[in-house]
Write a protein that binds this ligand. Structure first.
Ligand code: FPP
Length: 254
């Protein structure tokens, strides 16, 4: 049987949409004897480097996990540091993101967030809504299960209001997710060596490739993202179908 060729990478090979679980900020800081907050701050720098590197690698959408619905269980000072990062990131980068054609979308539940964070989020989305070149989605107060529940509830509300009928189907549910309108997620990356999804993009993960990297998030940037692209281009995406035309039958069919 012929092995899959390691074809030369071109931007058209994808991935187009890369999702990142930015893990390891705390360990990065602890290894240096620094407070965890410093790790998160360096994490913002890594995010900036990664967004800058993405377009030249053929990526036009990045989704990053900034704060999960479970992160509220962290000590209050760390929660407050993480909230502060949104203020810092948007204050320092919104103008540049807007100028460079980046559409910013914030995924996740708004109720429960401090009012000034909601205002910042709404401003970032409104100021960049017209941009088309690149999309940056930041999952903040986000949980994959909560997002699916919210999408289902939206459908229930529409049925009760007489605006929709019939049973819920995949297309309808997908249209109610906070990622609706974004391109399909091609690959989900987790840094720091941990290997789990932690409630990130559960619906969208159905056929995404998974890549685990040993780099701690504050050390992330162009080279690590280029490594994701290379790994992705050497995967055989089958979406439940057969390997390649003319290839040996799948084990299940033997
Ligand atoms: C996980 O590391 C990281 C987070 C919970 C926060 C991620 C946030 C950033 C990278 C900053 C940029 C985000 C925004 C919203 C602008 P951890 O603290 O769990 O690390 P550990 O597993 O080593 O303890």
């Amino acid at each position: 049987m012929l092995s899959k060729p390691l074809h030369p990478a071109t931007p058209t090979d994808g991935p187009r949409h890369v999702a990142l679980i930015m893990d390891g900020n705390g360990r990065w800081a602890e290894a240096r004897g620094l407070p965890r907050a410093m790790g998160h701050r360096e994490g913002v720098q890594a995010l900036k480097r990664t967004v800058e590197a993405a377009p030249a690698l053929g990526i036009n959408c990045l989704t990053v996990f900034g704060f999960s619905t479970e992160n509220w269980s962290r000590p209050a000072d760390e929660v407050s540091d993480l909230m502060g990062l949104v203020r810092t990131y948007v204050a320092s980068d919104l103008k540049r993101l807007e100028r460079e054609g980046v559409k910013v979308r914030i995924l996740g539940r708004r109720p429960g967030l401090p009012a000034d964070i909601v205002a910042i989020i709404e401003r970032a989305e409104a100021q960049t809504a017209h941009n088309e070149k690149f999309t940056l989605q930041v999952a903040f107060n986000y949980g994959g299960r909560a997002d699916i529940v919210d999408a289902a509830q939206r459908h229930v509300d529409r049925v009760l209001a007489g605006e929709a009928t019939g049973p819920l189907d995949e297309k309808t549910l997908e249209a109610g997710l906070s990622t609706a309108g974004a391109p399909p997620v091609d690959v989900i990356v987790r840094t720091s060596g941990e290997q789990r999804l932690s409630n990130f993009l559960l619906w969208e993960a159905a056929y995404a490739e998974l890549v685990y990297q040993n780099v701690l998030w504050p050390d992330y940037g162009h080279d690590a993202l280029a490594d994701v692209v290379e790994q992705y281009r050497n995967r055989d995406r089958r979406f439940g179908g057969r390997a390649t035309p003319g290839a040996a039958p799948a084990l299940a069919a033997v």
